[in-house]
Ligand binder design. Structure first.
Ligand code: ADP
Ligand code: MG
Length: 378
């Protein structure tokens, strides 16, 4: 991303120069619908994110300019000062959540821009939150630890943006490390870095965005959660995490066929994350890819959160000899994440675009991603 555009806009609006901060979006290699089951997720920060220039302005007001939306907002720091523009609420929310935690902050000027595609499943919103949470922490020497910075972003979504998200996106955006993914245990909140450097081993990581989002009747997300909770309760556990297939088979006649399939997916997914981590210690990308396909078809057949377009993309990937491909995110639309040998990359992209266009009337969008560092000053 060209930061000079931000510098120019900042100078034009505010006359001076500020300090530069950046935070990334994220991918999740494997570990889907595991967070609310107390299981693992396995995200990494990417080379697409948000960059903000910020300078304290000696007032009690924030003056913010969104370069991408060409929009300006000005707001105070009290609860009643909530701005009308939704993009500005992310910044306002971060300020409020810091203040609620006792952080002493004051007014600032900012211009910011980003290159995370909005709403494509790479969490542009977490990139925005962690940019400002990290920047304010540094500029006001607040001494907030990194996990709390992630929680400030999460609370911003909950309290100011109406999104009841988990912690993964903000966690990944704050803690990201180039060449590494992070296995986060959603029960204990402990995490561990694992090396993941596909380029170094002859692979590329690419997302194909189906650009569809199916509106569904009812609440499939809540239904899936309820299935998991019922099976966990019958097993006498708080979460499905830690349950085995043997345990599930032991209660098979006490649960519905549907709940059985849902739990089978979740139990399988927990093992797949662990398998992938072990495989990465040996740089065994072939096993990583196999598990990705298993996740995809588990989400499609057992968890039933896929859709025709995503199954189509995974099938085309398989036919093209792509090492691994699966739905990324909750499902019912959005992207697949693909691990592909570099020499197959061009033919895969060409084929996937052509076949998808022929079948659905538009091409999928293509996003190459490289695993990169988390929130930082630049
Ligand atoms: P995502 O899955 O990408 O996080 P969300 O709907 O959660 O999608 O967040 C997108 C919102 O975040 C946008 O509607 C906007 O308010 C804000 N946002 C994201 N990127 C930018 C940007 N570059 N400039 C301004 N606002 C942004
Ligand atoms: Mg978001």
């Amino acid at each position: 991303m060209d930061v000079r555009v931000i510098n120019d806009k900042f100078k034009e609006h505010f006359g001076v120069a500020g300090e530069m901060f950046a935070s990334p979006g994220r991918i999740n290699l494997i570990g889907e619908h595991t967070d609310y089951n107390g299981g693992f997720v396995f995200p990494g920060a990417i080379d697409k994110g948000m960059v903000a220039e910020i300078a304290l302005n000696g007032s009690d007001k924030v003056r913010a300019y969104s370069v991408d939306l060409n929009d300006y907002a000005e707001f105070g720091l009290n609860e009643e000062d909530v701005p009308t523009q939704s993009w500005a609420r992310y910044i306002f929310g971060v300020c409020r959540e810091i203040i609620k935690r006792g952080g002493k902050i004051a007014g600032f000027d900012t211009a910011f821009a980003g290159d995370v595609p909005l709403g494509a499943g790479m969490s542009s919103s977490a990139a925005l939150e962690s940019t400002f949470a990290n920047a304010l922490n540094e500029l006001f020497s607040l001494g907030i630890d990194r996990f709390e910075l992630a929680r400030i972003g999460q609370s911003t979504e909950h309290n100011y943006c109406g999104v009841k998200c988990g912690i993964m996106d903000q966690f990944a955006s704050v803690f990201g490390k180039a060449g590494h993914l992070m296995r986060l245990d959603c029960r204990s909140m402990e995490f561990e870095y694992f090396p993941f450097d596909p380029e170094q081993h002859g692979y590329k990581l690419v997302l194909l965005d189906s650009v569809v989002k199916h509106e569904l009747v009812g609440s499939p997300y809540n239904d899936r959660r309820a299935s998991c909770e019922r099976v966990a309760a019958i097993l006498g556990q708080e979460f499905l995490r830690g349950a085995t297939m043997e345990m599930l088979d032991g209660v098979k006649d006490k649960i519905s066929e549907e709940d059985y399939k849902r739990a089978r997916y979740v139990i399988g997914e927990e093992q797949r994350v662990l398998d992938v981590c072990e495989a990465l210690k040996r740089n065994d990308y072939v096993t990583v890819g196999k598990r990705m396909y298993e996740t995809h078809w588990g989400m499609s057949h057992d968890y039933e959160v896929s859709c025709e377009e995503l199954d189509f993309l995974a099938t085309v990937a398989q036919e093209c000899g792509v090492t691994g491909s699966r739905i990324m995110g909750g499902g019912f639309g959005g992207c697949t994440i693909n691990l592909v040998r570099s020499e197959l990359y061009d033919s895969f992209i060409t084929t996937a675009k052509a076949k998808f266009l022929q079948k659905y009337g538009h091409e999928p969008k293509v996003y190459n991603v490289v695993i990169s560092d988390g929130a930082r000053r630049i």
